[in-house]
Design a protein around this ligand. Structure first.
Ligand SMILES: *Cc1c(COP(=O)(O)O)cnc(C)c1O
Length: 406
């Protein structure tokens, strides 16, 4: 069926044309920190700014000591993937011949599987729960391959709060180390510091596409200061202050420049949180015609770095994707069609993955930039509403208003 052609439009601003268009603190906000780096002549290797960033993040996460957590529950890493690898090495060590498998979800970003592979594990893909899009602790605890598993690595999909208490129980019951890839879940841990565990480390990413960012960076969260210190050593080549190589490590340090970005981002955090909150609210309030377009998932249920449209059917989701593309609006299936469909992991052993396959076909990421306007969000929602109508009437339903241009 052909539809009338619409007049060519000027390209949309990046906040609409890209599914995530990061806006980190500007140069002026970084200047005081960069001047400190000049004065210190200390550019990496856990300098003043990395230490200040860790102090401030620890204060935020432990609510200044009022939570009963140790004062240090977080150390930084060069990126979120390095944080996963360091946590695995500190918690589980490399894979063994007796226990070569790491049980992980397929519904995640590729870094999850790459991190376990770099620690010698073979990924074993298990299916996720349809409500949470995350591994189900009870299902994993009864999994037939547990005897071959040296690691369990659940993912906090889209920054949802992971079930840390349940994973602690799985670890206690099976003896198998559990590391949680909580890369996008910074807000969930800030909101509920009680999630931080003494036995199950969780890792964060501070990549530019995440809500709190150092441009590239990451962290390990672990309410065990001895193990955290081991994570620090692992990310510093496994070498002590006396330059003694103790165990296998790698270069996973955050630089002072990235810490400067993190400090500037923390300075703005309250304002950024409020802006993200307004965007989530605008999407939710604009949703109105829920039955027509599906269900919107927004912060605080998931990280503010994402807005997801969960369509009732795969066909409706595909139509939504097509309509957004026609208008040049950015959208993405963030976790692709699942890792088991990626050539790099096609050989990995796995369960049947019906829930994963269903979610990949029905969950679509919508624009979530921090500077989206209310009008931008109306434009996205109006475009989606067209997918709920008969194709031939799509032109009639086109809103009068033109979008904000670049
Ligand atoms: C962002 C992300 C990562 C990778 O983090 P980097 O900082 O880019 O290395 C890993 N896992 C998940 C689920 C992510 O969302």
């Amino acid at each position: 069926m052909t539809r009338p052609r619409r007049p060519a439009m000027t390209p949309l601003a990046p906040s609409l044309s890209q599914v995530q268009s990061p806006r980190l603190p500007a140069a002026e906000a970084l200047m005081p920190y960069l001047s400190r780096i000049d004065a210190n002549r200390w550019y990496s290797n856990r300098g003043e700014l990395v230490q200040r960033l860790e102090e401030r993040l620890n204060a935020l996460l432990t609510a200044g000591g009022s939570t009963g957590l140790p004062s240090t529950v977080l150390v930084t890493a060069s990126n979120g993937t390095a944080a996963i690898e360091a946590a695995i090495l500190a918690c589980a060590g490399r894979a063994t011949a007796e226990r070569p498998l790491a049980i992980i979800p397929s519904y995640t970003f590729v870094a999850t599987a790459l991190a376990v592979m770099r620690c010698g594990y073979q990924p074993y893909f298990a299916d996720v729960d349809p409500e949470t899009a995350m591994l189900d602790p009870a299902a994993v605890a009864a999994h037939p391959v547990l005897g071959k598993a040296g690691l369990i690595l659940p993912v906090a999909a889209y920054g949802r709060a992971p079930a840390m208490r349940a994973w602690e129980e799985v670890h206690a019951r099976t003896g198998i180390p559990v590391v949680v890839d909580a890369a996008p879940a910074f807000e969930a841990f800030v909101r509920d510091p009680g999630l931080v565990s003494a036995t199950v480390p969780a890792t964060l990413s501070f990549h530019a596409t995440k809500s709190f960012s150092t441009a590239e960076g990451g962290a390990v969260l672990w309410a065990d200061e001895t193990r955290l210190f081991q994570v620090v050593q692992i990310t510093c080549f496994g070498v002590t202050d006396q330059r003694l190589a103790l165990f296998e490590g790698f270069n996973g340090k955050l630089s002072e420049y990235h810490a400067a970005m993190g400090l500037a981002c923390l300075d703005e955090w309250t304002r950024r949180e409020a802006a993200y909150g307004r965007i989530a609210a605008a999407y939710r309030e604009g949703e109105g015609t829920r039955s027509e377009i599906g269900t919107l998932l927004t912060a605080p249920e998931i990280s503010a770095a994402y807005v997801l449209l969960q369509s009732p059917t795969a066909a409706a989701s595909q139509l939504a994707e097509q309509r957004l593309a026609e208008r040049g609006i950015g959208a993405r299936r963030w976790y692709g069609m699942g890792l088991h469909r990626q050539p790099a992991f096609a050989e990995a052993p796995r369960d049947a993955l019906p829930v994963t396959e269903d979610l990949t076909l029905r969950q679509l990421g919508l624009p979530a930039a921090i500077d989206l306007s209310g009008e931008d969000i109306t434009f996205v929602l109006d475009t989606l509403r067209l997918t709920g109508r008969d194709d031939t009437h799509a032109e009639d339903a086109r809103p009068e208003r033109q979008p904000r241009y670049g």
